[in-house]
Design a protein around this ligand. Structure first.
Ligand SMILES: [Ca+2]
Ligand SMILES: [Ca+2]
Length: 183
């Protein structure tokens, strides 16, 4: 198979896969990882996280591969191995919800999940269950929420893909994955 890298050259040259990989590395550089700060600026921290491989990856997807409610990364290289990065941080907590909907599509695609936590449930976040994202790939159809220093979610609202709503209250603990079923 031949690869055409149109990176501003005229006409676009045709390469072997190995040549195309080298051109992409030289032109686009290594992988990067941006962290959003509280003041809406970003820091590039790929080296700190040890994900700054020199190969060129064309997708990076997030999934909790070891079921501890933090997101790990799967990066697919253009011409190298698939890289799996496990998230070993102990500093911040997360929680995951997935849907099992017997009244509409089973994974709950198109449904929204809203969590409430903190003092009197004053903090909240929303996620939508999606089945498409990124290039030639997508994340698992689950809703992951980062909770920072918080350890408990006190209320969960589900707006199902069909429009109906469900409300669950209790103590949903960080570090766990919960399945919400509608029958
Ligand atoms: Ca994990
Ligand atoms: Ca982990």
């Amino acid at each position: 198979m031949a690869y055409i890298c149109n990176l501003g050259h005229e006409p676009a040259p045709i390469y072997t896969k190995e040549q195309a990989g080298e051109v992409l590395r030289q032109t686009l550089g290594r992988n990067v990882f941006y962290k959003l700060n509280d003041d809406d600026t970003y820091d590039e921290i790929a080296e700190d996280l040890d994900v700054d491989i020199s190969g060129w990856s064309w997708t990076a997807r997030f999934a909790d591969l070891d079921n501890d409610a933090d997101l790990d990364i799967i990066a697919v290289s253009f011409d190298g191995p698939i890289w799996i990065y496990t998230n070993n941080t102990q500093k911040h907590r997360g929680i995951i919800f997935e849907l099992d909907d017997h009244k509409a599509n089973r994974a709950g695609i198109g449904s929204r999940i809203i969590i409430h936590y903190g003092d009197d449930g004053s903090s909240h976040q929303i996620r939508e269950i999606k089945a498409s994202d990124g290039f030639l790939s997508y994340d698992a159809p689950r809703a992951h929420f980062g909770l920072g220093e918080h350890s408990v979610v006190s209320r969960v609202e589900v707006i199902w893909s069909t429009g109906e709503k469900s409300l669950l209250t209790g103590r949903f603990r960080a570090g766990h994955r919960y399945k919400i079923e509608r029958t």
